[in-house]
Each structure stands twice: as structure tokens, then as C-alpha cells.
Design a protein around this ligand. Structure first.
Ligand SMILES: Nc1nc2c(ncn2[C@@H]2O[C@H](COP(=O)(O)OP(=O)(O)OP(=O)(O)O)[C@@H](O)[C@H]2O)c(=O)[nH]1
Length: 352
């Protein structure tokens, strides 16, 4: 569960929506201005396309106010918008200044669609624009001089490259910040915020496909004495050591997180409480049988834990952590180095 793709998409949504709204308003104003001028000039097909784009912009503006599918609306708007731009460039009666609009393509595409799709769409439409330009002006020597054409080509390329580099840098910084904000710096495990994010996603998936989800809460035993006997630095190494064991014992689809101090929460997707108990036992045995080697010392560690299952012990992460925590404290009171299963599992065990 290492992907931050969905969180980044969420993060980009408000500013993409703001950019799209600005583009829609400008298109509506542009459509009124240009369609009036083209009507006066007698360029009826172009005026009609501009009116259609203006009306479509109003429809899209209303549709994106509460949409959960902004990305789809962006594509549904930009493709006709760029196609209308190409139509204007190909219209024989249109002024040659219309070609300047091509410079907008890479900026808008990257801002609204990100680096990959933004680049692909920009290259495609800028290529089509270049072909239209050559087709329209090949027989006009005053338009086909090397110097102005090279100028236009280089400026277009510069804007394409700058837009792409800007978007790549922005996405990389955003990903790094997102990772920092959702990672525990000592162990490299997820923090509570990320656990909460991923839990919501897994809960939705579990409800849609009727699959189980369980949560483990694990806490190192007598960790205070590890710090007191071996020093705080060894305590830190012990936390990193345990985090490593979690990773080795878990599947890629599980999410281990540090809840704070020496307490950990593990989200197990597609896992019922019986299976979660088996995972917790595997981790407990691995921790107990793998002491931390420090110089010539072997620091022995054990942990206690509790298990809770979504839908049986509650419907929110807070409910599940609270229930698992209660069982964890039962485990501590019963002598530590043990896992207390979810109620459904202990009830089933009592019946057999
Ligand atoms: N080295 C280190 N110690 C930490 C960190 N966070 C919390 N601790 C220590 O963890 C210890 C937790 O102590 P307690 O809450 O008494 O728990 P415990 O000693 O594990 O006892 P039980 O949980 O009852 O088995 C405290 O000494 C904290 O200072 C950390 O990031 N690094």
C-alpha cells in the first residue's frame, strides 16, 4: 500500500478546478467577442463553433461545481476546446494571428491534466497545428520565411518544455511533501494520518465487494526498561527493528503504521479476525525470537496485541482501534507477550 497516487489526485483537485473555471469564464467571454466579429465578417461556420463552445463552457461550469469526476470533465472539455482551436486555424477566412493560440495548449494541458497526459495532448495538438499552418500557408512566401517560422517553432518548444518541467517538478515536490506528512520519520512506517486515509479507501472497497478488513494494535512490552537499561538510542533502534519485522511478516496489501510511542496499528485488507489473529501471532513470535543485536548484547523484545474486525467491532477506524486497544490491555494484564483475539474468534473457540 505504498501508492500516494489517489492522495495526490485529491490534492490537485481544488487547483485544477480553479484553473478549469478560469478557462471556462475566459472561453465564454472569448466566444461572445469572436463569434460577434466572425458573424460580422460572414465567417458563419467559425462563429457557430465559437457559440457552441461558449454554450458548452456554461454547461461544464455548472457540471463541475459538485462533480466527483473532475478528471473526466477536464478531458471532455479540453478535447472539443482544442479541436475548435484547430478548426479556427484551418478556416481560410480566419486571421493568421489565430495561430498564436497554439501557445496556450501546453500550459493548459499540463495545468489541467498533469505531466503525462498533458505532454501527450500538447504534442498531439501542437503537431496538428503545425500541419494546418503548413497546409494553409505553404503557397504564401511571405509566411514561409525561415526566420519567423524558426522563431515561432522555438517559442512553442520553449513553452512546451517549461510547462512540462514545471509540472514534473511540482508533482515531485508534492509527492515528497505528501510522503513526509504521512510517514513516521523514525521507522519509515505510515503514521496515523495515512492509516486513516487508507482505512477509508479499504472500507469502501470492503463494503463494495463484501470482503473483511481487520485491524491489529500491537504494543512493545516493558519498553521503558529498554530505554532505561540500554539508552534512548537503543530504544530507537528497537523500534526500527520491530518495523522491519512487520514488513517481513506482512503482505504488500497490508499497512503497518506507528500510532505513537511504542504502539503500532496494522490494517489488514481482505482478512477476517481469525486470519488477523494468525498474522498477529506470526509477528509476535518473530519479534520474540529475533532479539535486537547491539554490539555484543542481544536486547530481547516482546509485544502484546489486540484484534478487531470491521463491521463486527465497529465501522470507523476509531472504533476498531479502541476495541483492539481494550484487548491489548487485557493481554498486558494477562502477562504480556500474547495477542487477545476479536470477540467473534474467542466466542467460536469457546464453542469448540
Ligand atoms: N527510544 C524511544 N522511546 C520511546 C519513543 N516513544 C516512546 N518511547 C518510550 O516508550 C516508553 C513507554 O513506556 P510505557 O508507556 O510505560 O510502556 P512500557 O514500558 O512498554 O510498558 P507496557 O506497555 O505496560 O508493557 C517510555 O519510556 C517512552 O519514553 C521513541 O520514539 N523512542
Amino acid at each position: 500500500m505504498d501508492s500516494y497516487k489517489d492522495s495526490l489526485k485529491e490534492l490537485a483537485r481544488p487547483y485544477r478546478k480553479a484553473v478549469l473555471k478560469a478557462l471556462l469564464v475566459l472561453t465564454i467571454i472569448g466566444a461572445i467577442l469572436f463569434s460577434s466579429m466572425n458573424l460580422l465578417k460572414g465567417s458563419y461556420p467559425l462563429a457557430l463553433v465559437e457559440v457552441a463552445m461558449g454554450v458548452y463552457s456554461i454547461v461544464v461550469y455548472r457540471a463541475i461545481r459538485h462533480t466527483r469526476h473532475l478528471e473526466r470533465w477536464i478531458i471532455a472539455y479540453l478535447i472539443p476546446f482544442f479541436t475548435a482551436m484547430m478548426f479556427a486555424m484551418a478556416t481560410p477566412r480566419a486571421t493568421s494571428a489565430v495561430h498564436a493560440w497554439v501557445l496556450l495548449i501546453p500550459i493548459i494541458s499540463h495545468l489541467l491534466m498533469g505531466r503525462r497526459l498533458g505532454l501527450a495532448v500538447s504534442v498531439f495538438y501542437m503537431g496538428v497545428a503545425a500541419v494546418i499552418f503548413l497546409y494553409r500557408h505553404l503557397d504564401q512566401p511571405e509566411m514561409m520565411q525561415a526566420l519567423p517560422i524558426t522563431n515561432i517553432a522555438v517559442i512553442s518548444l520553449c513553452i512546451l518544455v517549461f510547462s512540462h518541467v514545471y509540472e514534473v517538478t511540482r508533482e515531485t515536490s508534492e509527492r515528497r511533501l505528501m510522503k513526509m506528512a504521512q510517514t513516521d520519520p523514525l521507522t519509515g512506517l505510515a503514521n496515523r494520518a495515512r492509516l486513516s486515509d487508507i482505512f477509508e479507501r479499504e472500507k469502501n472497497r470492503a463494503q463494495r465487494y463484501s470482503t473483511p478488513v481487520s485491524v491489529l494494535v500491537l504494543d512493545l512490552d516493558h519498553f521503558k526498561s529498554v530505554n532505561d537499561d540500554h539508552g534512548h538510542e537503543t530504544g530507537d533502534l528497537a523500534l526500527q527493528h520491530v518495523a522491519r519485522i512487520f514488513r517481513e511478516c506482512l503482505r504488500a496489501t497490508d499497512l503497518p503504521a506507528r500510532l505513537g510511542g511504542e504502539e503500532f496499528g496494522i490494517l489488514l485488507s481482505n482478512t477476517n479476525s481469525q486470519q488477523a489473529l494468525e498474522v498477529a501471532e506470526k509477528i509476535r513470535l518473530a519479534v520474540a525470537s529475533t532479539p535486537l543485536a547491539i554490539n555484543s548484547n542481544a536486547v530481547r523484545l516482546t509485544l502484546s496485541g489486540g484484534v478487531a474486525e470491521l463491521g463486527i467491532d465497529g465501522d470507523t477506524l476509531r472504533d476498531l482501534v479502541r476495541e483492539a486497544d481494550t484487548r491489548l490491555y487485557t493481554a498486558k494484564e494477562s502477562g504480556r507477550n500474547q495477542i487477545v483475539p476479536a470477540l467473534s474468534v474467542s466466542a467460536a473457540a469457546a464453542r469448540t
